[in-house]
Design a protein around this ligand. Structure first.
Ligand SMILES: [Zn+2]
Ligand SMILES: [Zn+2]
Length: 286
């Protein structure tokens, strides 16, 4: 739970357990007299000493304690409603039909910020002292999921493009597999000095190493396609038929409580892309 300097103006606030979900590693950006916090975590909740809080997306592990500070909050306009309202958060995550809404709300100290402000795909936040936070839209994980390029330092924060070998997550109502593919391509394009994520992996200051880890992360999509095609060849007709059969979660691995819903939504997206089965009718269980 220590601060670690990434560049002249950027520090990472390391979480326990290396920032593995539900923990995480937010950033602090300083320019002139201004301190900007990028995301808030269980170990480093939003605190009164930031002048501005910028969010990569609305998920609960990134917004801890947001209601306990009066610092202004910014998030991409496509994720804005989920920061402003619990009803919208619950609807988009599918939580409204799950029994643990209140438990999750307390655990992540979730509170509404109706005053939060949206930014666009091309926004640049001037921190002061010549430091800028350039929005890098990386939709797919959520509709408004963003990374940020901190200039002039050349630090690229890619948030929940988490680089895990498990592969990307795209189970929100606003998630699109085609957006995920585009965002992975964008992450590979940007030539930065330091690459950092919110959870666990990185930071990387070696571009070939970063590209290799990103390639492994992205290759999970092809592996999912292959497993789906094999199951279809074996007679599976719908996304639901393929839940619990090793497409997303390994057969021998731990299955979180939301695994069935996540698998059905994500498999459905692959089926639409592949043009197989009756995925279109099973895509959104909410
Ligand atoms: Zn997330
Ligand atoms: Zn996260």
């Amino acid at each position: 739970m220590t601060a670690e300097r990434l560049s002249e103006h950027v520090e990472v606030l390391r979480g326990s357990d290396d920032g593995t979900f539900p923990r995480g590693n937010p950033l602090l950006v300083r320019g002139g007299d201004t301190v900007v916090r990028i995301d808030a975590s269980l170990d480093h909740p939003a605190t009164p000493n930031a002048d501005l809080i910028v969010l990569s997306h609305y998920h609960e592990d990134h917004v801890v304690g947001l209601g306990e500070t009066s610092a202004p909050v910014m998030v991409h306009e496509r994720d804005l409603a989920c920061v402003q309202s619990w009803e919208e958060f619950a609807r988009v995550t599918g939580l409204e039909s799950a029994p643990m809404g209140e438990e999750l709300r307390q655990r992540f100290r979730w509170s509404e910020r109706p005053d939060a402000v949206g930014f666009s795909d091309v926004a640049v936040i001037d921190v002061g002292g010549g430091v800028r936070i350039r929005v890098v839209p990386l939709p797919g994980h959520t509709a408004g999921h963003c990374g940020f390029l901190i200039e002039p330092d050349g630090v690229l924060y890619i948030a929940d493009v988490d680089l895990m070998a498990f592969g990307p997550f795209y189970a929100d109502i606003g998630s699109e597999l085609s957006d995920v593919r585009g965002s992975l391509a964008r992450c590979a394009e940007i030539d930065a000095g330091v690459y950092t994520t919110f959870h666990h992996k990185g930071p990387y200051d070696d571009r070939p190493e970063y590209l290799s880890v990103l390639g492994t992360h992205a290759a999970a999509l092809d592996a999912r396609d292959e497993r789906i095609l094999a199951l279809v060849a074996g007679g599976a007709e719908s996304a639901r038929d393929m839940v619990g059969r090793g497409v997303i979660y390994r057969l021998e691995g731990r299955r979180p409580w939301y695994a069935d819903a996540v698998e059905e939504i994500m498999i459905g997206q692959h089926m639409v892309e592949l043009g197989v089965g009756s995925a279109a009718t099973t895509r959104r269980p909410h």
